[in-house]
Design a protein around this ligand. Structure first.
Ligand SMILES: [Zn+2]
Length: 267
């Protein structure tokens, strides 16, 4: 499932393509992917412009000039492509938004959705989310304060969206590797040095993911050289040598989540 770095990559590329652009047509092939009647959705979205695309946690928010918002969550298997009838992927598209310079295809939106919300609904949707880890206000001191009452394991705490927003299965493992901490460690048992390493791990792993374009399999547009270039250090690398020490990366199930780590680098 795409996490903060994947959605941030989409956000940046989407703003390059469609910021300020008019939505000239709306095509809905799967009613379950939206939250209002298709007629109403089309009426509200067609002939509005996208002021900007923003991100909150693993969601993208298409800010429309009507004051409404389209909130996207790709969940498992969802992805996007920007192109035209000639270069579009041969896949089922649940929703297609047409712009003067191309079409935005929403693909694999089975569990995922594109919901139409006003500002109030948007607030309610995001009410339970924890802080944004790359926000300038998310400093080491706010982090240390934030984790004080946490007792769970690193793995399960990091993927908890009400703890910190946007981290999932992949980057929680990458963060633990950066922090040199085993994902099975208890939050309450970390000392201040380890807590500081954990904070630095959150920042470094997410930024590395963003800088390398995340781990999505498919390009966002024809000729896209950014999307999906992220090379994970431990995630999905069971049995392969650690890039730092050559030990074999191990896989363990923690709360039914696949968890990868280096038994030598992480303690
Ligand atoms: Zn190692």
């Amino acid at each position: 499932m795409p996490e903060l770095p994947e959605m941030e990559t989409y956000k940046r590329l989407l703003n390059e393509k469609i910021q300020g652009k008019l939505i000239t047509n709306v095509e809905i092939n799967r009613e379950k992917s939206i939250n209002v009647a298709p007629d109403l959705f089309t009426q509200e979205v067609k002939n509005t412009s996208v002021i900007a695309v923003e991100r909150r946690a693993k969601h993208l928010i298409f800010k429309l000039n009507s004051g409404k918002n389209l909130v996207l969550h790709l969940m498992l298997g969802g992805w996007m492509y920007f192109g035209n009838d000639e270069d579009q992927p041969e896949r089922t598209k649940q929703i297609i938004l047409t712009f003067p310079n191309g079409k935005l295809y929403f693909i694999g939106l089975r569990l995922g959705y594109l919901h139409l919300f006003d500002e109030q609904q948007l607030k309610e949707e995001f009410a339970k989310l924890g802080p944004e880890p790359l926000d300038q206000h998310f400093t080491l001191s706010t982090f240390l304060e934030h984790i004080k009452s946490r007792r769970g394991m690193l793995k399960t705490t990091l993927v908890n969206q009400s703890f910190i927003a946007g981290i999932g299965n992949c980057y929680s493992d990458e963060i633990c590797f950066d922090a040199k901490l085993l994902p099975t460690r208890k939050m309450s048992e970390l000392n201040e040095f380890e807590n500081t390493n954990l904070f630095n791990g959150v920042i470094s792993a997410l930024n590395r993911g963003i800088n390398q374009g995340g781990y999505m399999d498919d390009p966002f547009f024809k000729g896209d050289q950014l999307t999906g270039c992220y090379q994970t250090l431990v995630y999905d690398r069971e049995g392969q040598p650690c890039f730092k020490c050559n030990s074999k990366i191990l896989l363990e199930m923690i709360s039914s989540k696949k968890t990868f780590y280096c038994p030598n680098c992480q303690q």
